[in-house]
Design a protein around this ligand. Structure first.
Ligand code: GLN
Length: 538
């Protein structure tokens, strides 16, 4: 059977949750026994998301092979078994970069290089390459942005052509739209959807399925109206009603028969749906046995998307421990300014310090870590969070004056965190950090080993700085163990404090490998320890 393609576009407004919708469709297709891939086409000009500020664009999601991608790709890996690789996130920047390189080499043999066909061909080639990488039954492709954006036009033209090239039996167009409820009129409105679909039609794309985001369920006559005006079968008007948890979306779509419609329209052969796992997750989310309070101490807290995967991984830890996790966003600069740390941190059962760049807010993170260490509150440090934990320990336990990372103080007398040797030559910012999955040896008899129960693990990295091995012995003598190290025994990947209920910090990003169906072992154990602390406090 040839690979089938599903293209998903978004209409009316942004932030309707296209990534979650696609991830959920992917989960449904997998529940029917199909093998899928997911790819995102982003119309912006950056070559990748790696150089983008989290304030503007949220977290940068990193794949095993070291691609720095849009955060939607995190949803795809969380909900499905699709593998994200360098081929999974295409941007206009990437497309033009390669076309201009080809033009300079003379590959176009004197032709005028144009959007149609050169840019559209380049896009189509990349769509096929991503699907071919794993020989999937269904390749799903998200088009970033909203219909009507100037910059997404070449992508829409490419996917229109794709339908013609492959035959309409092999391609499905899904459009995510908004059906708003207007309180003053007491009505839901279909006009924005009609406009968005007519815009798509003017490009030559007839959607097959509409996913209608709506605050509340709408009546059959509304679906009939949308069907009539948009030329979409009434059963293919799916209501994507707001839900308490994003993990309810797969079961909500399944309840409306979305998987059957897709399978029928694409002529796929599939098994009966096995929704057990998703039903069990929803059950656990809805019936927690306890509540635990976890604080995330960071500097991008106004933009929670900056910590998307961490937030989700904590929720997964909650699912694994059958408890509700209440996340408290703590501004690290406020921790620094506040004299009475108890006031700002005292209500927390567990403290997590996430990754980050730059000096702003770093001292607050260090103070929060000192509080967690001294008051025996479970602590989990990630990337910069580990570096801050090392600095804190150096200053307050080893009494190394002005210990710091050379990222924040180039002339510190005690550079306990310093730049990786290979980083010293690097001039370009884009794609030059230590990126992607690396092996790490885990020491037996440690909390890390207890969590992983494995001697060698693979975790994803994204950083330039590193624990300075010259200080190793001093740290270990005073009780901070290097429980995870690189195979050549040079790089410290996990540190922990023995005499503490749960104090562990990692140089990598475990959050990228956590799933609702399988919480990452470190997040699972961190939430477990926090829950224990919660019960003790009560
Ligand atoms: N700024 C630190 C480094 O580059 C930490 C990076 C991170 O937290 N991702 O090493």
């Amino acid at each position: 059977m040839p690979t089938k393609y599903i293209f998903v576009t978004g209409g009316v407004v942004s932030s309707l949750g296209k990534g979650i919708a696609i991830a959920s469709i992917g989960a449904l297709l997998e529940a029917r026994g199909l093998k899928i891939s997911v790819q995102k086409l982003d119309p912006y000009l950056n070559v990748d998301a790696g150089t983008m500020n989290p304030f503007q664009h949220g977290e940068v999601y990193v794949s095993d092979d070291g691609a720095e991608t849009d955060l939607d790709l995190g949803h795809y890996e969380r909900y499905t078994h699709a593998r994200i690789t360098a081929l999974s996130n295409v941007t206009t920047g990437k497309i033009y970069h390669s076309i201009i390189e080809k033009e300079r080499r003379g590959d176009f043999l004197g032709k005028t290089v144009q959007v149609i066909p050169h840019v559209t061909d380049e896009i189509k080639t990349r769509i096929k390459a991503a699907a071919k990488e794993r020989e999937v039954d269904v390749a799903m492709i998200e088009i970033g942005g909203t219909i009507g954006d100037i910059e997404s036009l070449p992508f829409l033209e490419a996917i229109r052509q794709f339908g013609k090239d492959m035959g309409r039996d092999n391609v499905l167009y899904v459009h995510l739209t908004l059906v708003p409820y207007i309180a003053a009129a007491g009505e839901v409105k279909t006009k924005p959807t009609q406009h968005s679909v007519s815009e798509l039609l003017s490009i030559g794309i007839q959607p097959d399925i509409l996913l209608c985001r709506t605050e509340r369920h709408f009546a059959k006559d509304i679906a009939a109206k949308i069907s009539l005006f948009c030329n979409v079968e009434e059963r293919a008007i799916i209501q994507a009603v707001d839900v308490a948890s994003v993990y309810e979306v797969p079961t909500a779509f399944h309840a409306q028969g979305l998987d059957d419609i897709i399978i029928e329209k694409l002529g796929l052969k599939a098994k009966k749906a096995n929704m057990k796992e998703w039903e069990s997750i929803v059950g656990k989310l809805k019936n927690p046995k306890a509540t635990v309070n976890i604080g995330i101490v960071g500097k991008y807290i106004e933009i929670q998307d900056a910590y998307k995967s961490i937030k989700e991984a904590i929720i997964h830890g909650g699912i694994a421990n059958e408890c509700k996790v209440k996340i408290h966003w703590v501004n690290s600069e406020e921790v620094e300014a506040c004299k009475d740390k108890k006031k700002i941190l005292g209500h927390l059962d567990g403290i997590l310090v996430p990754g980050g760049f730059g000096v702003r807010g770093i001292e607050g993170k260090i103070h929060a870590i000192q509080y967690a260490r001294e008051k025996k509150i479970p602590f989990f440090g990630i990337c910069l969070g580990m570096q801050a934990a090392v600095i804190e320990f150096a200053r307050n336990v080893l009494k190394l004056k002005n210990a710091n990372s050379t990222e924040f103080d180039q002339y510190t007398p005690n550079p306990v965190i310093s730049m990786l040797a290979e980083q010293k030559m690097v001039k370009n910012m884009g794609g030059t950090m230590r990126l992607g999955a690396y092996p790490c040896k885990v020491k037996k008899g440690t909390k890390a080993y207890e969590a992983y129960n494995e001697g060698v693990i693979f975790e994803r990295h994204r950083h330039r700085f590193e624990f300075n091995g010259l200080y190793k012995e001093r740290f270990e003598t005073k009780g901070m163990t290097l429980s995870g190290i690189s195979p050549n025994e040079i790089l410290a990947e996990i540190v922990e404090i023995k005499r503490h209920p749960w104090f562990l910090a990692v140089q990598f990003h475990p959050e990228f490998k956590s799933k609702p169906t399988a919480a990452h072992p470190l997040f699972r154990d961190f939430v477990k320890a926090s829950l224990k602390n919660h019960k003790v406090k009560k």
